[in-house]
Every structure is written in C-alpha cells, then in structure tokens.
Design a protein around this ligand. Structure first.
Ligand SMILES: [Zn+2]
Length: 135
C-alpha cells in the first residue's frame, strides 16, 4: 500500500491537483448524473463526459498558472453569485421597503412601502422619477 502511495505521490509531483473549481465541477457532474438517471438525455451524457474529461485534465495538468487563473475566475464568479443571492434574499425579507431601478441611471433605489403614486428624486443622478407602489 505504501508503495502505491509513493508511486501516486511521485506521479502527481508537479501536477495541479484539486481546488475549489474542482469541487464545483464535481457537484455539477453529480447533479447532471442524477438528473440524467430520470431524463436519459444524450446531450447530458455528452456534457458529463466533457466535464469528467475537463476535470481529469485540470487535475493532471502541469500548467499550474493557467489552472490557477481558471480557479481565480471561478472564485470571482462564485462570489458575485453569492453576493447577488444574499442581496435578493435580503430584499425579499424586507417587508417595509420596495426596490425600484432608476430609469435614467439604473441605480437601485429603496422606497418606504406606501401605496400610491409618488414623486421622487434619484440621489445618484438627481433626476425626477415617478414611483408607483401597488402593494
Ligand atoms: Zn438615477
């Protein structure tokens, strides 16, 4: 067993190994695999093979800087998605305010939840806008 472990270690020497993007690919693979148990789609099967091949390629790759760049891009994407999810959840839980976008500068504005039509001034671009709150 030790001999196998030693051989594996020497084989992986200088190769990239696993990172957070690997975990994401593994989860995506598992989800698609479970989905394909019910759907039996050929395109999902092809996607599974592509994900598997890409994952193995990344683990065994010796171009470490390129793999680190991929992982960094994934982490940026992941953090943006988490931030957006948290913001959406916070807005959904906030029952005292409504959120609207300014038609001029696209800034997100928060208004107290009072029914009716209101005139407001965007604090970012200083333009007037009409806000209609139904419920
Ligand atoms: Zn504005």
């Amino acid at each position: 067993m030790n001999k196998f472990k030693y051989k594996l270690q020497s084989f992986m020497m200088g190769r990239y190994g696993i990172d957070e993007f690997y975990h994401f690919l593994l989860i995506a693979y598992t989800v698609l695999l479970l989905l394909n148990c019910f759907i039996h789609s050929a395109s999902i099967s092809i996607a599974l093979w592509i994900i598997l091949g890409y994952t193995l390629f990344r683990i065994l790759s010796k171009n470490i800087s390129a793999r680190q760049k991929e992982n960094a891009k994934y982490l940026i994407f992941k953090n943006k998605a988490i931030k957006k999810f948290k913001r959406t959840r916070e807005r959904f839980r906030d029952k005292d305010h409504v959120y609207r976008k300014c038609p001029h500068c696209k800034a997100t504005l928060r208004f107290p939840r009072k029914k009716g039509k209101h005139d407001a001034v965007c604090p970012k671009c200083r333009k007037n806008l009409k806000v209609r709150i139904i419920f």
